[in-house]
Every structure is written in C-alpha cells, then in structure tokens.
Design a protein around this ligand. Structure first.
Ligand SMILES: Cc1cc2nc3c(=O)[nH]c(=O)nc-3n(C[C@H](O)[C@H](O)[C@H](O)COP(=O)(O)OP(=O)(O)OC[C@H]3O[C@@H](n4cnc5c(N)ncnc54)[C@H](O)[C@@H]3O)c2cc1C
Length: 440
C-alpha cells in the first residue's frame, strides 16, 4: 500500500543468516531469538523438565515466531475454520471466506500440487512455498510406511486434507527460510511507507474513548508516545497480545485493579511431544518383536482421533531428520535429572535420528494468562493446563502409543533403533510389563 505510512515496533532485533537457514531451526529455537516462555508448573505433567516447567517457545525479532518455527505450510483443517465461525460467531472466518486470502499471499512453486488441486493454491503472492525436492531417504521410508498402513497421499492444504504428504514449507526455491519479514519487509518496494523500529518495548496501547489511537513504547530507557492517523494493529503474538492489552486496561476489570489476581480465561494451546528413533547403520535387520496389530486399522485410527468425521483429525505427526549435538551434557541441560539424561544421551551424540513430532490439533483443555505484576518487563504467567481434559490425555497417550508401534514394527523399524525408556520411565507402573501396543 504505497499511500499508507506504517510504523512497525518490535522488541527484538533483526534476523540473521543463521535464522535464514532452514536446517538450523533446532539451533535458532534455542537462541536469543526465542523469548523462552514457560508454562506454569502443573501437577501430573512435565516431570521430565527442571522444576516441572514445560518450555513455551515464542519468537522475538523482526519476523517474530516465523524466524524460529518449523516452516511447515499447513493452513489447518477447513472444518476448524467453519467451527469457529459457526460456534463462536467469528464471522468471515469460515474456510470459504479465508481461502481467497490464503491464495492471495501464496506463491506455490510446486506445479504438480497446484495443477492437481485447482482452486486451492495461489502462485502470484509474496510468500514462497516449496516442497522438499530431495527429502532425506528416511523421510521417504517414513512416508512409504504410512502409505503401507493404508493412508492415502494427499495435499494437506487441498480439498482432501487427511492423509500423508511430503510437506510443503515456507522455504524459497534457493533454500532460504521464508519468514514474514523475508516475505514482506526485506523486499518492500515502497521504502518511504515503512519505518521499522527494533529493540523497542511497546508498553501500552493508548485510547481515545474506546478507540485505539496510539502507542507508548520504551527505547533505550526513554519513553515515547506515537499517535496513529489511521489505525493501530496489535500483533504481538498469542502471549504478548493479551499481556499488552491488559497492561493497557483492556481486560477483566477486577484483575486489572488488583494487578495480580488470576482470572478465568479461555486459553488453548497445542500439546506436542517427540518420539525419537536413531538411524541404524545396518538397514536390513528384521523387526524382532511381534506386536498385536489386530486392533489397528486405518479406519479405526481415523475414527478414534477424529471428531466427528474422518476429515477432521485431532492429531498430526511430522517427521524430521535431525543430527544430535556432540555434547551429551548439552542435550541434558533442560531436564530435571541432568546426570541421568547425560548418560542416556551419551550413546547418541553426533548421530542422526528420526524425530516424529506428535501434536494434538484440537485441544479441549483450557488454560489462562495473567499479569504477574505491574512491571512492564515482567513475563506474564502462562498456564496452558495441558492435558487436563481426560479426552486430550487419552488421545495423547494413544498417539504416542501409535508412534511407538509404528517405530517398532512397521517397515520403518528396519531403519531405526527401538526407542529406549527415558530416565524416570520406571515411575510408570506398567514400565516392566508393557510389551504390546494397541489402539482403539
Ligand atoms: C517452535 C514453533 C514451531 C512452529 N512451527 C510452525 C510451522 O511449522 N508452521 C506454521 O505455520 N506455524 C508454526 N508455528 C506457529 C507460528 O510460527 C505462529 O503461529 C506465528 O508465527 C504467530 O504469528 P504472530 O504474528 O501472531 O506472532 P509472533 O510471530 O510471535 O510475533 C509477535 C512479535 O511481537 C513482538 N512483541 C511481543 N510483545 C511486544 C512488545 N510489547 N513490544 C514490541 N514487540 C513485541 C515479538 O517479539 C514478536 O516478534 C510454530 C511455532 C513455534 C513456537
């Protein structure tokens, strides 16, 4: 928009060449580009982490979390959009209404995907999306294994969203991360219309009556006020947007008066865990364990994990090939039993492993976010209350069981080592007897 003047305020600095390298995503997630929030400790989960606090990653810097995220191009399930519009009155958020916007910003470089899913992709937008041209062999094996279980190959952003795919990613054809800033700020043609101020903390949204008309921010210890002629957009992310609004007096009145009083809220967060399998040297060995697979079929997996139909799954599984760091103690740092974890990891340092990221998409558990004090620099108290709903818990245990089963028995098992029990696993009453996995 050449006729509009925009001031963009960001508490972090600019990205660098490391954040631009897709294979460095594990490194940048553990760098100052992450604000490193934590979940308030919660009984029942998080025992593996120091002080029971589960990390909550959020990007800091121009481009925000898109500088540290996993770059997977997954719009989300169309039925979720329809559900938000229908159940919560989010007018204009149904899938048919948002699809034109997805297409407008997308520049999909995969001709086959675009041709096979007419009407679902854009090719002229500013955000480049590409498919892995040469996925690691283990990813291909994973993909084939899933197909062997009866799952169809699909385009997860196309008309049929359930199935398996070599994912598309926010990566350019030349292999560079396509963060929001790489897409919209670096190549801005209208240089006079955009001013970006980095390393500034916005501390308040200013109002005239009920209309937001400006910001107060701190730069190098000095407070500044800026007024907007046209509009104020708060896009500080899922944690800092409510924090900033509460600091500005928008939110539950009693809490704001008393400053640190917890307030019931409606916060939802994905819950995710990883299953690892170290890649074997000998790729021809056979699966030695016989597991009871009788209950496991493609259909009953869908039925169990979907709600209410097959096209609306509650889980996603994303495989990645990773390289473990060379220092075992470095890998163990964030855990409660540091020494035991360092021992555990000693066998694995410097080796390649397959990481399966398991995630619940539609969580039922609800959490909250409070201001911890009136100090503008203090982190808010973030409490996802992960897995507090029984159905979430059951789904999560089952998807983990499913992944262990997949890693143990199907074709994939020839190429990866069985997952070893982690330190603390003996706490599980079934640890010594658990030899088979079933899904129902
Ligand atoms: C580890 C991880 C992996 C992910 N992987 C994927 C993926 O593969 N695919 C996908 O689609 N999504 C992924 N996501 C989610 C996705 O990255 C986020 O949903 C998205 O980036 C959120 O965008 P946003 O603009 O709402 O907030 P953000 O990107 O978080 O941007 C908010 C910005 O505001 C700044 N800010 C906050 N408070 C202030 C303040 N008071 N003053 C000034 N600046 C402030 C922050 O520093 C930040 O730069 C992932 C997220 C994480 C954490």
């Amino acid at each position: 928009m050449p006729n509009v003047k925009i001031l963009c305020l960001e508490v972090g600095g600019s990205a660098n060449r490391i954040t631009d390298i897709p294979a460095m995503d594990n490194l940048v997630v553990n760098s100052p580009f992450n604000r490193n929030y934590i979940n308030a400790p919660q009984p029942g989960i998080g025992a593996v982490w120091k002080y029971r606090v589960i990390p909550e990653h959020r990007g800091k810097g121009i481009g925000g979390t898109s500088q540290i995220n996993s770059m997977v191009y997954n719009r989300g399930n169309r039925l979720d959009y329809d559900h938000w519009a229908r159940e919560y009155g989010a007018v204009g958020s149904d899938y048919a209404s948002v699809l034109p916007y997805f297409k407008r910003w997308e520049n999909n470089t995969d001709k086959d995907i675009v041709a096979a899913n007419q009407g679902f992709h854009g090719t002229q937008g500013l955000v480049q999306v590409s498919i892995w041209t040469e996925p690691d062999p283990i990813i291909k094996i994973y993909h084939e294994t899933i197909q062997g279980m009866g799952h169809r190959v699909t385009d997860i952003n196309g008309p049929v969203q359930v199935g398996t795919a070599i994912v598309q990613a926010f990566i350019t054809g030349t292999g560079r991360r396509f963060s929001v800033s790489n897409a919209y700020i670096d190549p801005n043609k209208h240089t006079n219309n955009l001013v970006v101020l980095a390393d500034v903390l916005v501390v308040r949204v200013l109002f005239t009556g009920r209309t937001a008309t400006g910001f107060e921010y701190i730069r190098k210890g000095v407070r500044h006020v800026v007024s907007a002629r046209r509009e104020v957009i708060v896009s500080a992310g899922a944690i800092n947007t409510p924090q900033l609004l509460m600091q500005s007096g928008v939110g539950p009145a009693r809490h704001l008066l008393e400053l640190s009083i917890p307030v019931k809220q409606y916060l939802q967060n994905h819950v995710q865990t990883d299953i690892y399998g170290f890649i074997k040297d000998d790729r021809l060995s056979k699966c030695s364990r016989q597991l009871d697979a009788s209950a496991l079929t493609t259909d009953n997996q869908y039925q169990y994990f979907t709600n209410p139909g097959k096209d609306w799954p509650n889980i996603s599984v994303e495989p990645r090939l990773r390289l473990a760091p060379t220092e075992a103690s470095q890998m163990a740092q964030t855990y409660e039993r540091v020494a035991e974890w360092a021992d555990y990891y000693r066998n694995y340092t410097g080796r390649h492993y397959l990481q399966m990221m398991l995630m619940l998409q539609r969580v039922r558990s609800r959490g909250s976010l409070y201001l911890s004090s009136a100090d503008l620099y203090d982190y808010p108290v973030y409490s996802s209350q992960l897995l507090t709903e029984r159905r979430d818990f059951d789904n999560f245990v089952d998807v983990v069981s499913w992944a262990l089963y997949l890693a143990d028995c199907w074709r994939l098992a020839q190429y990866i080592e069985p997952v070893q029990p982690v330190p603390g696993c003996h706490q599980c009453p079934k640890a010594n007897t658990c030899t088979s996995v079933t899904i129902i």
